[in-house]
Design a protein around this ligand. Structure first.
Ligand SMILES: CC(C)(COP(=O)(O)OP(=O)(O)OC[C@H]1O[C@@H](n2cnc3c(N)ncnc32)[C@H](O)[C@@H]1OP(=O)(O)O)[C@@H](O)C(=O)NCCC(=O)NCCS
Length: 237
């Protein structure tokens, strides 16, 4: 059995098993503390019930504050320890983010993932502008299919977005399966964060988006996003 609970800033002292992955960025310590202070309910860790090591975590936020027309949920980091992949954890954490970002989350106290779920079987980057405070902590109840039940309102944002290296095929395919599509390609988004190499696809990032229910006309997504090239400056503008 594993538990999803709020990310604690001290989790960074024991998440090396998750972060020693070429696709996962490790930020400075204050970065995680800042997120947990401002968006505690958007930052969660998965921990074994009987084994205190970190199995997975999600760092996320929503910005700029509503009623700004760009108000959106943003996935900054999502990483699953290698031995815990393909068990539905990423799906579960993304469901949580979408519940918190959308208008109809289904959230309640305490989240437990049955052990047999395990047996059968970073995303963000520099996107760190518009800091602001938000929200109460929340834990989620997740059933065996990864859906959540409960009664805490979401922030009713227009969309959820994330950045992913253009050559992170597994993650891109996973997000597409979850309903995300490329909104634009940010050239050199990962400049200075080479890590896994420096080919064009390693340095560029796809900005992927999924409309939330509030965006009923789908005006925040586009279908030719891979052809839209922008610079990082245009993203921060
Ligand atoms: C990418 C990553 C987060 C996936 O986590 P995971 O826990 O293995 O994913 P899940 O088991 O929850 O799978 C989620 C969905 O994606 C699908 N999926 C997983 N890998 C896939 C692949 N290579 N191709 C297509 N679909 C895939 C699964 O089938 C599942 O769909 P379903 O819920 O309909 O069955 C994980 O491999 C990881 O941590 N990678 C390193 C860090 C990273 O790249 N993070 C993303 C940066 S933006």
């Amino acid at each position: 059995m594993s538990m999803i609970r709020p990310f604690d800033p001290t989790d960074i002292l024991r998440f090396n098993n998750v972060n020693s992955d070429a696709w996962t960025a490790t930020y400075h310590n204050g970065y995680y503390a800042s997120y947990t202070a401002q968006w505690p309910d958007f930052c969660v860790a998965v921990e074994g019930a009987f084994d205190p090591s970190i199995k997975a975590y999600m760092i996320a936020k929503h910005e700029p504050p509503a009623p700004d027309p760009q108000h959106h949920g943003h996935l900054t980091a999502l990483s699953i320890a290698p031995e815990y992949r393909s068990l539905g954890l990423a799906r579960t954490l993304m469901n949580l983010l979408e519940s918190l970002s959308g208008s109809n989350p289904r959230i309640s106290n305490h989240n437990h993932i049955p052990e047999d779920e395990h047996d059968h079987s970073n995303c963000g980057g520099h996107h760190d502008h518009h800091p602001h405070a938000h929200g109460d902590e929340a834990e989620v109840e997740v059933d065996s299919e990864g859906s959540q039940e409960g009664n805490i309102d979401g922030v009713d944002a227009w969309f959820v977005d994330l950045f992913v290296r253009c050559n992170n095929k597994r993650a891109i395919e996973m997000y597409e399966k979850m309903g995300y599509s490329v909104y634009r390609r940010v050239v050199d988004y990962y400049h200075g964060m080479e890590g896994i190499g420096s080919t064009r696809d390693e340095l560029d990032g796809f900005d992927m988006r999924k409309s939330m229910p509030k965006d009923s006309t789908k005006r925040y997504v586009r279908f030719n996003g891979k052809d839209i090239l922008v610079s990082p400056d245009q993203v921060w503008a």
